[in-house]
Design a protein around this ligand. Structure first.
Ligand code: GTP
Length: 350
C-alpha cells in the first residue's frame, strides 16, 4: 500500500459567521455512526459554544475526546503553535480517527490552513480530502457580501491593489475560492428564484467549476461531504486568496468580538426582543450564548445571525451555577461595546 493511501483524510468546513457549519457538523455526526470521526473546532469569540453544542449532540459512539477545541485565536493564524501539535496528538492516539473534520471560525481564511498540511510533521500522515464552504444563502441574497462598486473605484484610485470595500466580501471570496464543495444552506428562507440567483452569483465568484449542493439545517448526505478525494494541499495554486501576496499573513483587524454578561431574564420573549433590537441597532453580525430566565430550571441557549434569532432550553441550570448569562458579540471593528452591553442589559431605551 502506498503512503498516500494510508493518510488520514481531513475535511475542512469553512463558511462565514453563522452560515450553519456547526449545524452541518451535528447532522454529519448523527449520520456517520460507526465511523471514527474526530472534530476540531475553532471559534471566533471566547465562549467555546460550538464545542459545547457538538459535545451535547447525544450521538452514540461520539466521545467527548473526539471533539477538540482550539480557542487560542483564529486557527489560520496559529497553525504552528496550536494546530499542528493538535493534529499530531490525534494521529498518535492508540485509536487514531478514520477521518478528521475541522470546523474553522467564520472569519478564517482557509488557505493558510491548507498550507499547513504541507508541513513535514503531517505531510505524510494526513491529506485534505476536501474543503467545504457553507454559505448562508439569505445573507448572500441580502447583499451582505457585496461591494459598493463606487466605493471600490474610489479606493482603487488610491491603491490599485485593493479590490474590495467590504471586509465581509473578502472573507467570503477567499472561502469560496478554496472550496471543492459549496453547501448553499438555509434554503428554507428563500424561494426558488432567489436560490437560483444566489447560485449564479457563487458560480461567477468561483475561480473554477465548483459543485454546489442545496441544504436546509445543514442536512447533507455524509457520502457527499466525505470522500471527495481532492488532496487539496497539493492544489494550492487553483485556490487564490486575497492574501497570497503576503504569503498567507493577515490580521483579523476588520472584525472584533467581546463577551457581555447579562442578568437573569424576566421572560424569553422580552430577552429575544432585546437581542433583536440590539443586533439591528448596532449592526452586529453574530451573537450567541446562554442566559437564565426567572423561574425556569433550564438554561436558555440563544443564537443570532444578524437579527434572526433562535433559542432553546438546552440543559438544567446547576444548583450552584450563576444565574447571570454570557453572550458573545461579533461584528465589524468599531462596535460600541459599552452601549451594546447596556442595551443587552435592558438599560438602553430602543
Ligand atoms: N432557518 C435556518 N436556520 C439555520 C439553518 N442552518 C442553521 N441555522 C441556524 O443558524 C444559526 C447559526 O448556525 P450555526 O450552525 O451555529 O452556524 P456556524 O456557521 O457554525 O456559526 P459560527 O461558528 O458562529 O460561525 C443557528 O441558529 C442555526 O440554528 C437553516 O438551514 N435554516
Amino acid at each position: 500500500m502506498t503512503a498516500a493511501k494510508t493518510r488520514v483524510p481531513v475535511t475542512i468546513i469553512t463558511g462565514f459567521l453563522g452560515a450553519g457549519k456547526t449545524t452541518l457538523l451535528r447532522h454529519l455526526l448523527n449520520r456517520a455512526q460507526g465511523h471514527r470521526i474526530a472534530v476540531v473546532v475553532n471559534e471566533f469569540g471566547s465562549l467555546g459554544i460550538d464545542g459545547e453544542i457538538l459535545r451535547g449532540c447525544g450521538v452514540e459512539g461520539c466521545r467527548e475526546e473526539d471533539i477538540v477545541e482550539l480557542t487560542n485565536g483564529c486557527l489560520c493564524c496559529t497553525v504552528a503553535d496550536d494546530f499542528l501539535p493538535t493534529m499530531e496528538a490525534l494521529l498518535d492516539r492508540a485509536d487514531p480517527p478514520e477521518h478528521v473534520v475541522i470546523e474553522t471560525s467564520g472569519l478564517a481564511l482557509p488557505k493558510p490552513l491548507l498550507k499547513a498540511f504541507g508541513w513535514p510533521t503531517v505531510r505524510n500522515r494526513m491529506t485534505v480530502d476536501g474543503v467545504v464552504a457553507v454559505v448562508d444563502a439569505p445573507a448572500v441574497a441580502a447583499g451582505r457580501f457585496a461591494d459598493d462598486p463606487q466605493a471600490v473605484e474610489a479606493q482603487r484610485a488610491e491603491d490599485p491593489s485593493l479590490d474590495h470595500d467590504n471586509p465581509l466580501a473578502e472573507v467570503f471570496e477567499d472561502q469560496i475560492n478554496a472550496a471543492d464543495l459549496v453547501v448553499l444552506n438555509k434554503t428554507d428562507l428563500l424561494d426558488a428564484a432567489q436560490l437560483d440567483a444566489v447560485e449564479k452569483e457563487i458560480r461567477e465568484h468561483a475561480p473554477r467549476p465548483v459543485q454546489i449542493v442545496r441544504a436546509s439545517e445543514g442536512k447533507v448526505d455524509p457520502a457527499v461531504l466525505l470522500g471527495i478525494g481532492a488532496a487539496a494541499e497539493g492544489d494550492l495554486a487553483a485556490r487564490p486568496s486575497h492574501h497570497d501576496a503576503e504569503d498567507g499573513e493577515h490580521e483579523h483587524d476588520d472584525f472584533e468580538s467581546f463577551v457581555v454578561v447579562v442578568p437573569e431574564q424576566q421572560t424569553v420573549d422580552q430577552f429575544l426582543t432585546i437581542l433583536q433590537d440590539t443586533a439591528r441597532r448596532f449592526d452586529v453580525l453574530r451573537m450567541k450564548g446562554f442566559a437564565t430566565v426567572s423561574k425556569k430550571p433550564m438554561r436558555l441557549a440563544v443564537q443570532g445571525v444578524g437579527s434572526r434569532f433562535r433559542h432553546e432550553f438546552d440543559r438544567p441550570v446547576g444548583p450552584t451555577e450563576e444565574r447571570s448569562g454570557r453572550i458573545v458579540v461579533i461584528g465589524q471593528k468599531g462596535l460600541d461595546a459599552t452601549a451594546i452591553a447596556k442595551a443587552l442589559a435592558g438599560q438602553l431605551a430602543a
